[in-house]
Design a protein around this ligand. Structure first.
Ligand SMILES: Nc1ncnc2c1ncn2[C@@H]1O[C@H](COP(=O)(O)OP(=O)(O)OP(=O)(O)O)[C@@H](O)[C@H]1O
Ligand SMILES: [Mg+2]
Length: 487
């Protein structure tokens, strides 16, 4: 019956043996808690959201899924016993699905289970995803509207679409199932997670960034976070169209990147720092040699002359680590015109500032911070944590001469991502780094649907770099720097 994908000599397990696997003894997913309507409130406070973003599956749909889940688990085991795993790599999707269909039809018949056409197609797809891919995560990985996938234990999978988090009705069968998928991901990159080594970073085959943490450190089941890889990264025009910044700001940023100012993109987690950095890099001249250094390679530069580096954690024996700092030091010997560090978060800050100060101007990086001022403090902290003993004034003057511009990315409460400020570092006044904000996002209110109303405006200050821009042939019209008062 089974052709080339069947393990030689493998027999179909007896129906009894399959039923003995205890699958149906697994706890069912917790039902969504219904919330009783609250009495009319006289409070001056806004009502709290009743239940976190929920999309409760219909009862019938949930039962069908549970039933399919039980059958699927048994079938998956049977498939692993029956399929010739070595031949899977070369099998086409169509062939493999045909084979899975044949094996499952036989097993379903033996068990006396009848499925309709739709259920059968879905079952085959899910089994295919289990065998070839990452099980329940596959559907979400294929969905282009999903930015982030966040798994809180086997029965709660959240996704982020358009800046908003929602709970999906997709679940893993149980913690064992989730752990099996995690293991599949981390073992593909030569790592393992277990009690003694409970968390891990990895990159999925499609380039998505993956992080997991397993019990007992993760208390209610394994935690997984995936930042989906976007093949078509958002460019400057897309970001202007989406309202992430204004045309005037784009013109200013083009001048800043082209005239080789050193730029730091600052922002909170998921605020769009990497996206902004990637978009800014599009202004780099094709003739320049750019080296990028990242913990997980996410940047996609369009230039011809790009060298990409990715740091590496130690292996199981604790050997072979290559840190961002190691890459950065080596990069300095590779004749770069510009260096781009995906995110500065530790001791590499010293080498980054030195690179910015010593002829690699036009370099860029991102940091986790909530404002330009906060970003400078973060840099100071990172220098101090790296064990460099330096008087505060010397440290600040190093920062102020290295960094020219801090671009602040933010994810606002309505889920929109915007560049809320562009700040120039202009030098030192006594012991303090002096800065001036050139552009900002001016909030003016909130719509009844909780959408933020606001506009981008210049602050009215003349750019500290106007003369530099002019000398390099980027004579920006003065209107760009005039404040707007749109109400
Ligand atoms: N202006 C924007 N409009 C719509 N989507 C955006 C915008 N900026 C970023 N995104 C999307 O938001 C997600 C997060 O962006 P990004 O990876 O750049 O954030 P980050 O600040 O680098 O996050 P992290 O702190 O996790 O590294 C991505 O999926 C990206 O495509
Ligand atoms: Mg990032």
């Amino acid at each position: 019956m089974f052709s080339r994908y069947k393990k030689p000599g493998a027999a179909t397990p007896a129906p009894g043996a399959m039923r003995a696997n205890g699958a149906s003894a697994q706890p069912a997913p917790k039902p969504v808690v219904a919330v009783a309507p609250e009495p009319e409130s006289t409070s001056m406070r806004r009502p709290l959201p009743k239940v976190a973003a929920q999309t409760a599956p219909q009862d019938k749909e949930r039962k069908r899924r549970e039933r399919l889940g039980d059958i699927k688990l048994e079938l998956h085991r049977a498939l692993l016993d029956n399929l010739n795993l070595a031949a899977l790599d070369t099998a086409t999707e169509q062939d493999l699905k045909g084979e899975i269909g044949a094996i499952s039809a036989e097993l379903l018949e033996e068990q006396g289970i009848v499925l309709n056409r739709e259920e059968r197609i879905q079952l085959i797809q899910e089994l295919y995803d289990e065998v070839k891919g990452l099980g329940p995560l596959e559907t979400l990985l294929k969905d282009d509207s999903v930015n982030d996938i966040l798994v809180n234990g086997p029965h709660r999978i959240f996704v982020e679409r358009g800046g908003k988090l929602t709970l999906t009705d997709i679940t893993f069968k149980d913690e064992k199932h989730l752990l099996r998928i995690i293991d599949k991901i981390v073992s593909a990159v030569g790592r393992r997670v277990d009690e003694s080594n409970p968390y891990c970073d990895a990159r999925l085959a499609d380039g998505s960034r993956f992080n997991c943490m397993v019990p007992p450190v993760a208390v209610d089941g394994s935690l997984v976070s995936i930042r989906k890889f976007k093949k078509d990264k958002l460019g400057i025009d897309d970001l202007v169209r989406f309202g992430a910044f204004s045309e005037e700001m784009a013109a200013y940023l083009q001048a800043a990147v082209s005239t080789r100012l050193n730029i730091i993109v600052s922002g909170g987690t998921g605020s769009g720092k990497t996206t902004t950095l990637n978009a800014l890099s599009s202004f780099i001249d094709n003739a320049e040699r750019v080296l990028t250094i990242e913990d997980t390679a996410e940047l996609q530069l369009q230039q011809v002359h790009v060298g990409r580096m990715e740091s590496r954690p130690a292996n199981v024996e604790g050997k072979g680590a290559v840190t961002q700092r190691d890459c950065l030091r080596n990069a300095l010997r590779m004749r770069p015109d510009r260096i781009i560090v995906g995110e500065t978060r530790g001791e590499e800050v010293i080498d980054m500032l030195q690179a910015m100060n010593t002829g690699h101007d036009g370099s860029m990086t991102t940091i986790h911070a909530n404002s330009a001022r906060d970003g400078v403090s973060r840099l100071e902290n990172m220098i101090a944590m790296a064990g460099i003993e330096m008087p505060m004034k010397a440290m600040r003057s190093q920062i102020s001469s290295a960094v020219n511009l801090i671009v602040q990315a933010s994810r606002l409460q309505d889920g929109s991502r915007r560049m809320t400020s562009i700040t120039e570092i202009t030098g030192m006044e006594g012991d303090v780094i002096s800065m001036q904000e050139v552009f900002k996002f001016q909030r003016v209110g909130l719509t009844p649907e909780n959408k933020i109303i606001g506009h981008f405006t210049a602050t009215g200050v003349r750019s500290h770099y106007s003369e530099r821009f002019r000398l390099w042939g980027y004579d920006l019209p003065p209107e760009i720097f005039e404040p707007k008062d749109v109400r």
